[in-house]
Design a protein around this ligand. Sequence first.
Ligand code: UDP
Ligand code: MG
Length: 323
Amino acid sequence: MPHTEYSCENPTFVSIVVPFYNEGSAVDCFYPALVNVLDRIPTVSFEIICIDDGSSDDTLTRLRALAARDQRLHVIELSRNFGKEAALTAGIDAARGDAVIPIDADLQDPPELIADLIASWQKGADVVLARRSNRSADSLAKRTTSELFYRLHNRLSTIQIPDNVGDFRLMNRAAVDALKMLPERQRFMKGLFSWIGFKTITLDYTRPARVAGTTKFSGWRLWNLAIEGITSFSTAPLKVWTYIGGIFALVTLVYGLAIVARTLIYGVDVPGYASLLVAILFFGSLQLISVGILGEYLGRIYIESKGRPTYLIRANYGGDREP
Ligand code: UDP
Ligand code: MG
């Protein structure tokens, strides 16, 4: 939708979507910081959609208290912790804005950038990405593993995820509607965001440290997210076994011919126990790995085939959505 359609009677309406999981200590820093920025963009009206992703602390209580004061705030309480991807999906589904901006609750996505995102959108971009040009606030291990992941993912997949771009971005209504058409239950948002395409521009920012609380993504959870990302957007890990198998079949054929020739020339000799064992173990592990990879995909097909919803809403609070 081009921005020129909006007039004074019909001001631009933007949805900010914020997932919260045990962010009790961050809520009271995040909200004033966000509102402070929004109030300085008078030409645009906002709704702030907060998703409580099954927090076990006082996040929901604090969000409800804020919603009671601020009409722009809608709180969606999920029935349990569904994970950030599902929480974001819930928020984006509920968003009614002409543009939607997902943002983290820990102020690692600086709200000050929202004005720039909106300005770029109003100049005609469909999607405006915020790229972390400096991630020194993240640990070295996190930076290296994430870089490795992006490289591997982009090698394997036809969909390129831009480097160092998180979920913080602006999408116009057309892009959001396109995103909502993607039916998969297991949602690797960074990949889905890229898959839809649209006219995209990128802004840079420096990623600050978390304002309060701790990261919700342990190494194991990130590992699983990485597997999710690769299996959702590439079948290369499935197909590679044809080639690996082919190469080893060739090598084995040559080796077999060499053995036959040697036996014919020099006669039978018995040794070979060690090489036999190594070959059996090696091919045994290769087979286990390939079966494991089949399992990763099969498991995902199984989950998708059940067609369970991505998230369940327990209640809505605030704005005009009070039950
Ligand atoms: N989050 C969520 N559900 C989860 C895990 C995280 O909604 O199961 C939210 C979290 O509250 C935060 C955002 O996702 O607003 C990013 O999480 P975090 O800051 O822990 O990730 P990191 O910045 O360390 O990658
Ligand atoms: Mg964070």
